[in-house]
Design a protein around this ligand. Structure first.
Ligand code: UD1
Length: 416
């Protein structure tokens, strides 16, 4: 397994381009299962999770081919409806295939999904939604067996606006005859992007981005060309990196509105964050004030995927910062690693108290999960001395060429 070797202390300055969003591409790749025709996805970074989803599509009988930075997918010929434990356990988004496989082929056998260890991550909302719409679902020996039957309900109410469940259900409904209304749907920009992609393929989805989504089932979806939206979590990570490393950086493609909750907090710290024509610029002062507190929430609230990086920021600010994690129950696994670097953090269940000391020291640390790993990289960039971040396969799941982008900004980091 590769590691990052970081020599901390450099300021970050310059420009980088934000890639297409991992969390858009994963459901879109699952959505390709519904499509009878060629889909050309433009500018797809080779995130590890994207490659894992490609393996799943290939295994179902789909065709997947990289054409430079673009990805050509054709699932016209898919004939298998089973996803093994070996494939499903690699990536959380394997569960997104359940709705599309059921809708397209009428039956499915999908193993439980893997993914980062940040909580229990049940899938009851996905399964209950499919049952309510008209599927028979049986869970047995680590597999979910599904069968598409006649429509039961037309209107379903999610008990929580789960991103994945909303995506699964709107994909299922796209090829399910009749009208489906999803109440209390998730409103994340990636849901809007998925709906936009499916509508380009001929689906009839209305209301994505609001909490009520209407889907009129169609008989067939055709191919299209699509470019996923810029990754707001990658953009957010670099904005925080800019703040932590006394930066002046320009993030080309980043969408200001998608990161409003973060930008508000960075401004509290004393950073200037500018909305520019085609991106976002951050200019950070050498001494940061505390961001006060953050509470993670569904969009447009503060994203849980930027919570660990904020803990690093809290360590390098003046004063005390508080983090309330409301989305995933064990998302503070990375804290022990920050403590090794000299951080002063206390946490209990979902609350984390950070006393900013404006000092961290290089250490050998271990990425506990994707975003927690990113938090350690930021800490390493700030720290006095050398840091190695081990287990970076987890970071590669959702950042593409992270070290190259940081080097372009002046960071001293290499993969060893
Ligand atoms: C997606 C994102 C992930 C992000 C998360 C929250 C992708 C590939 N991943 O994950 O990066 O951190 O949204 O913004 O898009 N829940 C249930 N039952 C369910 C489903 C979810 O109880 O059936 C709970 C989860 O345990 C969690 C909360 O709902 O506490 C949010 O989960 P959800 O929105 O589903 O997140 P994911 O789709 O897994």
């Amino acid at each position: 397994m590769d590691k990052f070797f970081i020599n901390g202390g450099n300021c970050l300055k310059g420009e980088i381009k934000i890639d297409c969003a991992k969390n858009s591409l994963l459901p879109i790749l699952a959505g390709c299962i519904l499509v009878n025709g060629q889909v050309l996805l433009k500018n797809v970074p080779k995130y590890k999770d994207v490659c894992a989803m490609c393996d799943i599509l290939l295994n179902l009988g789909g065709f997947v081919k990289w054409q430079g930075d673009d990805l050509l997918v054709d699932c016209s010929q898919i004939d298998k409806s089973e996803i093994s434990n070996e494939l499903a356990s690699v990536v959380r988004s394997s569960i997104f295939t359940l709705g599309p496989i059921l809708s397209r082929l009428g039956c499915a056998k999908v193993a439980y999904p893997g993914g980062c260890d940040i909580g229990l991550r049940p899938i009851d909302i996905h399964l209950n939604g499919l049952k309510e719409l008209g599927c028979k679902i049986v869970e047995k020996n680590g597999y979910i067996y599904g069968q598409k039957l006649k429509r039961n309900k037309s209107e379903i109410m999610l008990k929580f606006p789960s991103v994945g469940a909303t995506e699964n259900l709107l994909m299922f409904a796209s090829l399910f005859e009749g009208r489906t209304v999803i109440y209390n749907a998730a409103k994340e920009p990636e849901i809007v992007d998925l709906a936009c992609f499916l509508n380009k393929c001929g689906a009839k989805i209305d209301g994505a981005g609001s909490d009520i989504i209407l889907v009129e089932g169609v008989k067939n979806l055709h191919g299209c060309e699509h470019q996923a939206i810029p990754d707001r979590i990658e953009a957010g990570t670099f904005l925080i990196a800019g703040a932590v490393c006394n930066g002046d950086i320009y993030l080309k493609n980043a969408i200001y509105e998608h990161n409003s909750a973060l930008i508000d907090k960075l401004e509290v710290c004393g950073c200037k964050v500018l909305k520019e024509k085609k991106g976002i610029r951050i200019i950070a002062p050498s001494v940061l004030e505390s961001f006060g507190d953050i509470e993670t929430a569904v969009y447009p609230g503060f994203p849980t995927d930027l919570q660990p990086q904020m803990a690093t920021l809290g360590c390098v600010c003046n004063g005390c910062s508080l983090i309330f994690e409301n989305v995933f129950e064990s998302r503070f696994n990375y804290v022990g690693q920050l403590l090794k670097m000299g951080a002063d953090i206390k946490f209990k269940s979902s609350i984390c108290i950070i006393r900013g000391k404006r000092k961290l020291y290089g250490a050998d640390v271990w990425a506990t999960d994707l975003r927690g790993g990113a938090a350690l990289v930021l800490a390493g960039l700030f720290s006095e001395g050398y840091t190695t971040v081990d287990n970076i396969g987890l970071i590669d799941r959702g950042y593409f060429k992270l070290e190259e982008k940081l080097v372009a900004l002046g960071g001293d980091i290499k993969r060893i």
